[in-house]
Ligand binder design. Structure first.
Ligand SMILES: [Cu+2]
Length: 160
């Protein structure tokens, strides 16, 4: 009786552990594509010469976004066409799902926007603050990510 119990534990327990880890693997494999798909593609409109625009795109890619770069001759015209008010302007305008993202907005802020899903035009980091993603260098200054609302106004979305 004793021996059979012991052998039962020996054979049964590892099997249970293996099955459980297998189930976790299957669950992760099933969840992974949907997790990846939950981030919308980022379409970036920029001038062909813009280096910091590319650096920002790489920052997004490192943070799990798929980025498509579109070269345009007239960035302010593209911004206007997309619907981002000019006074929040920076070097590039991006379309992320239903939202617009202007300038060097950190990827984490875009993820927060997509999660919170507010009614808004999108996010903007006006101008090009040194130290923001894609603008890394020796100098960095504090800056705000703005939430641009439908009425064209803005409020602080995140301090950096
Ligand atoms: Cu820039």
């Amino acid at each position: 009786m004793k021996t059979s119990k012991a052998s039962f534990a020996k054979t049964y327990l590892p099997t249970r552990i293996v099955l459980r880890s297998l189930a976790i693997c299957v669950a992760l494999a099933a969840a992974w594509p949907s997790m990846a798909q939950s981030l919308p593609v980022v379409d970036v409109y920029k001038s062909p010469q813009c280096g910091c625009c590319k650096a920002w795109a790489e920052h997004l890619q490192k943070n799990g976004f798929t980025v498509i770069l579109h070269d345009v001759d007239d960035v302010p015209a593209a911004r206007k066409k997309l619907g981002m008010p000019n006074r929040f302007g920076s070097c590039h305008t991006a379309k992320v799902g239903q939202y617009l993202v202007e300038g060097h907005v950190p990827a984490a802020d875009i993820k927060k926007l997509l999660k919170k899903h507010p009614e808004a035009i999108g996010l903007a980091v006006p101008s090009m603050p040194p130290g923001s993603p894609g603008m890394e260098g020796e100098r960095s200054i504090p800056y705000d990510t703005l939430l641009v609302t439908q009425d064209g106004k803005a409020k602080v979305f995140a301090h950096h």
